[in-house]
Write a protein that binds this ligand. Sequence first.
Ligand SMILES: Cc1cc2nc3c(=O)[nH]c(=O)nc-3n(C[C@H](O)[C@H](O)[C@H](O)COP(=O)(O)OP(=O)(O)OC[C@H]3O[C@@H](n4cnc5c(N)ncnc54)[C@H](O)[C@@H]3O)c2cc1C
Length: 474
Amino acid sequence: MHDAVRAAADLRALLGADAVLTEPEDLSKYESGWRYGKGKALLAVRPGTTAEVSKVMAYCHGRGIRVMPQGANTGLVGASNPDASGEMLVLSLERLNKRLEIDPINRTAVVDGGVLLSELNAALTEHGLMFPIDLGADPTIGGMIATNTGGTRLLKYGDVRHNLQGAEAVLADGTVVDVMNHLRKNNTGLDFKQVLVGTSGIYGVVTGAVLQVVPVPRQHATALVGCASGDAVLALLKALERELADVFTAYEAISANALNAVFKHHDTIRNPYAAQPPAYTALVELSSTLPGTALNLPEVLEERLGAFLETDEGEGITDVFMGKPEDFWAIRHHISESLRNEGKVLAFDISVPRSRMAAFTDAAVALLAQDYPFVRCCDFGHWGDGGTHLNLVWNEAESPRPTPVIVEELQSRIYELAVRGFDGSYSAEHGVGPHNQRFYDAYTPEPVKAVNRALKDQLDPKGLLGTTRLGPLA
Ligand SMILES: Cc1cc2nc3c(=O)[nH]c(=O)nc-3n(C[C@H](O)[C@H](O)[C@H](O)COP(=O)(O)OP(=O)(O)OC[C@H]3O[C@@H](n4cnc5c(N)ncnc54)[C@H](O)[C@@H]3O)c2cc1C
C-alpha cells in the first residue's frame, strides 16, 4: 500500500502545492473515461514542464508507484484511467501546454504533449495551416500519439503516425529521450518515435512532438448521397476516387438507424429525406487550396454525382443532396451522442478491407437478426478507410440475459467475424486498453507480443506505466 499523504507531500515539495490533487471531488474527473473505464486514483499530479514530468517519474520509479498518463481523457478503450486499486497515480498532462512553435516554411509545429488539438489549430490558422487529424473530440497531442488517432480525413491525410516527425518522451525512470526530428527525410536506423505511437503510453510519457502540418483548404464541397445498400456505397467510393482523387477528402457512411437517431434527438438538424432514409447515406467531402474562381468544387461534385447516376454503377443511388459542410458534418458528429439516448450502446471500432465493408456489415446484421433480434445495428463510420463504428443499441428491459453477458457474447462474436471472417481489426483507430485487452491477447501473433515484452523490459522494467499490456500473458 502506498501512502498517499506522504507521496502528495513529497511531490508538492518537488513541483509546488497546486500541481498535486488529493481531494475526492478534484480526482473524480480523472478517474472515469469518456465511454469505458472507471477507477480510483492515489492522487493526481499536473506537471508543467518536461523536467517536472521527469521528476515525477523518477520519484514514482524510486517508490514503485504505478502511473497512468492522461491527456484530455477522451480515449475510448478505458486506457486513460487508473484501475480500481487506488494505488495508481494519474499523471495529467493538462498543464504541459506552453510550447507551441510554428515553422511555416518547414511546415511543422513543435508542441508540448499536453497542447490540445483545438489550441494547435487556433495557432496554425494565422499561418493558413492546420493539423489534419479531424475528429469530434478535443484531445491532447500526447494522447493522439499514444492512440494513433485516425479521424474523418484519414482518407486524404493519413493518421497521426503519418504526420509525426519527431517526439520527446520521459521514460518510466525519468530519463528524457529527445528525438525531436525536424526532418522529412532521415533514414538513420530505428525510428524511435514510432515506439510511442499507438502503444497507449506504456513505453513512455510523450512530452513533446514535431508535427507535420498542411495548408488549410480554401474551399470545401459536401453532398449527402442516399445509397440503397452497402454495395452502392462502395460503388460510389470507387467512382469518386477514380475521378476526384486529387480533391477527395472524406467519405463517411451512415446507416438509416444511426441517421434516424440524430433526427429524433435534434430538432435543429434538418432531415433532407421526405420519407424514410435508404439503407445508407454517404457523406462526401471534397476540398482544395485553389480558390473558387479557379475551380468551382460544388459544381464539380454535383456534376460528377449527376454523371455517376446515369451509369449502371450508379443504379443503387437513391438521392443526392448538395449542402453546407457544417450542416452535414453536424449530422455525422451528433451520432454517438444521439445513440446514447436510444438505450444501452455497445460500441465497436472495426476495420476490414474496404472492398469487404458491405459484406461484413451484412454478415453482422444477419448474425444479430438471427441470434439477437432485440439488438439494433446503428453503424456509421469512415468507409473511405475501411472503418466502421458498428454500434449496437438495445433496451436492457427487453434483453433475455443480463447486460454483461450480452456484451461479452456480442464482443466475442462480432470481433471474431471481423478478424477471422473478414481479415479485419478489432480496433481500427481507438487503440488497445482494458476494454479490448482480451482481443489483443487472442488475435496478436506471439512473436509480436515477445517484441513488446522486450521493449517493456527495457523501457519500463518495473511495469509502472499504464494498464494496457502488449506483451504475452504472464
Ligand atoms: C466524441 C469522440 C469522438 C472521437 N472520434 C474519434 C475518431 O474519429 N477517431 C479516432 O481515432 N479517435 C476518436 N476518438 C477517440 C479519442 O479522441 C482519441 O483516442 C484521442 O486522441 C485520445 O487523446 P486524449 O488526449 O484524450 O488521451 P487520453 O484519453 O487522455 O488517453 C488515451 C491514451 O493515451 C495515453 N496518453 C495520454 N496522454 C499521453 C501522453 N502525453 N504520453 C503517453 N501516453 C499518453 C493514456 O494513458 C491512454 O492510454 C473520439 C473520442 C470522442 C470522445
